[in-house]
Write a protein that binds this ligand. Sequence first.
Ligand SMILES: *[C@@H]1O[C@H](CO)[C@@H](O)[C@H](O)[C@H]1NC(C)=O
Ligand SMILES: *[C@@H]1O[C@H](CO)[C@@H](O)[C@H](O)[C@H]1NC(C)=O
Ligand SMILES: *[C@@H]1O[C@H](CO)[C@@H](O)[C@H](O)[C@H]1NC(C)=O
Length: 226
Amino acid sequence: MSKMSALLFFSLVSVVLCDYRNIHIKLDAETEAFVVQANDVFHRICPSDDIDLRNKEQPHITLYLTDFVNGTDAELISAIESAINQFESFDVGLNNTVAVGQYGMWQTTIPRPLQDLSDLIVNATFHLVNPNQAVPEWIKNLPADEREKKLAMFKKYGSPNVFSSFQPHVTLCWDQSHNNVVRMLSSVPLGHPTSRIATVAIAHVGPHGTALRGEDIASFSLSQFP
Ligand SMILES: *[C@@H]1O[C@H](CO)[C@@H](O)[C@H](O)[C@H]1NC(C)=O
Ligand SMILES: *[C@@H]1O[C@H](CO)[C@@H](O)[C@H](O)[C@H]1NC(C)=O
Ligand SMILES: *[C@@H]1O[C@H](CO)[C@@H](O)[C@H](O)[C@H]1NC(C)=O
């Protein structure tokens, strides 16, 4: 259910694009090229795939996606800069691909630095979040215990997908038809490569909660682990 919840959250985001920011990490060049090629194949198999990683969207792993108060980008940038100061680059494993609703995603492992990076960035920036975000309908429909947890997280952080609900992944494709998503994912065996993570960036949010390519508001390099 929680995986589905995450996806419904993304769908909601696509309706109100204006002030949302996708704070994310980028894959290394080799892994990014591989993901873009896989998306090319998905497009050929299924032309209605609405994720275009070659031209429109940036392959990424979201750390924190929410609606920040207008005009706070400068504060957001300096808060992230100090939060990630002590981080060195680290490796993330690309694990299984999953079709959840309209999304095809590549789940990642959650090495300690990945969870820490997300937690630290949320802690450093949630004071800038728009406090008046409407509670997404899907949260209201969850079983009571999960609803309370997600609601508390959403109210405090503007995202139900942080801390213990952090579910890092790379979005690979999106199609109105779940069967098409299944078909695309099963057409290309992606394996389990590892990617070095060395860049954190703030992007404008595109359709389906994606990060738009080539329009980063800021990007930061993690110091290189030898
Ligand atoms: C915030 O900015 C966006 C566009 O940048 C605008 O559409 C929206 O109305 C603004 N919201 C407020 C509360 O000023
Ligand atoms: C990676 O995939 C394996 C095999 O399906 C699974 O057991 C494991 O929990 C996954 N790890 C993560 C971090 O998703
Ligand atoms: C984030 O804040 C919470 C609550 O104050 C704290 O328990 C947690 O250790 C912090 N996480 C990080 C990575 O600083």
